[in-house]
Design a protein around this ligand. Structure first.
Ligand code: COA
Length: 262
């Protein structure tokens, strides 16, 4: 198995990759845009998750973020300009990478987690969030549909009724709600957030590796059902992205922000 020295890699794509103490950290670093995810960021994340699987000195992947938001979800402008062309597109590569990861996934959520910012958490094993974090799925309001197999995994995680409130009505969950529903592992103060994620990663790295990875695989179950749902969602998502409903909602988002006093 390849051994590389741990290092910090600034991908130049608003994602900073940092291998430390047995974990691969993937830091969203576009705080001025609330870490909204561009195609380039999805590609960088997918590459980093895929390559981490090949490393026997990495026991977990940690998602972290700069600034006061985890991520505002898909960059709406980038999505309009570069709609995902197919299942090999960077966004689908990212989704497949988190669904297929053999390594445990940890998230440190320092604020708003919108769209994929929340749906990706359904693939995580440990989620720590600050008291001000909120979890929102505004897909329908944007003329879109759920992704990341969240139409399957969210009802399983929090029940049909809460999932309907989030997915159909776009009702946000507070950190307290998310904890009560089991969507996050713990609420942690902002200064302890990353240390808590690092401590969990270190605890995982200290475990017998084969037993840990085999246990995760058993707990997560078959990935086929998840991938099938991702593909079905992706088909509808792409149709909806080109729909007048979505075009109107996206234009309204940018008009509202452009109209604000600077
Ligand atoms: N795509 C592109 N740009 C985005 C974005 C997104 N999803 N979310 C935020 N931004 C940009 C804003 O346009 C703004 O840019 P500007 O400073 O050049 O005008 C900047 O990020 C800051 O966003 P703003 O809305 O002013 O910050 P806020 O603190 O008031 O609110 C959020 C933060 C995350 C709650 C809010 O930005 C939001 O709801 N974003 C949209 C989320 C969304 O619909 N995502 C799509 C999911 S599929």
């Amino acid at each position: 198995m390849q051994k590389e020295s741990f290092q910090v890699i600034d991908t130049g794509k608003d994602v900073i990759i940092n291998d430390a103490a047995g974990a691969r950290w993937l830091r969203l670093a576009r705080p001025d845009k609330k870490n909204a995810l561009t195609v380039a960021m999805y590609a960088a994340l997918a590459d980093a998750i895929e390559s981490a699987q090949m490393r026997d000195d990495v026991a977990a992947i940690v998602f972290a973020a700069e600034g006061t938001a985890f991520t505002a979800g898909n960059d709406l402008g980038d999505f309009m300009r570069n709609p995902p062309a197919g299942f090999d597109s960077p966004v689908f590569r990212f989704l497949r990478a988190i669904a297929h990861s053999s390594l445990p996934l940890i998230a440190a959520v320092p604020g708003a987690a919108v769209g994929i910012g929340t749906t990706m958490l359904l693939h995580c094993d440990f989620v720590y969030a600050t008291p001000n974090a909120k979890f929102v799925l505004p897909f329908v309001d944007l003329g879109l549909v759920p992704e990341a197999a969240s139409s399957l995994l969210l009802p399983r995680a929090i029940g049909n009724l809460k999932a309907a409130a989030m997915l159909y009505l776009g009702e946000p969950l507070s950190a307290q709600d998310a904890l009560a529903l089991g969507l996050i592992s713990a609420i942690v103060g902002p200064h302890e957030l990353e240390a808590t994620a690092a401590a969990t990663a270190a605890a995982l790295a200290a475990k017998p590796r084969a037993a840990l990875l085999a246990t995760r695989k058993l707990v997560r179950g078959g990935v086929e059902e998840v991938e099938k749902r991702m593909l079905a969602e992706g088909e509808v998502f792409r149709q909806q992205l080109a729909s007048p409903e979505a075009q109107k909602a996206f234009a309204a988002f940018f008009q509202t922000r452009a109209a604000r006093p600077s």
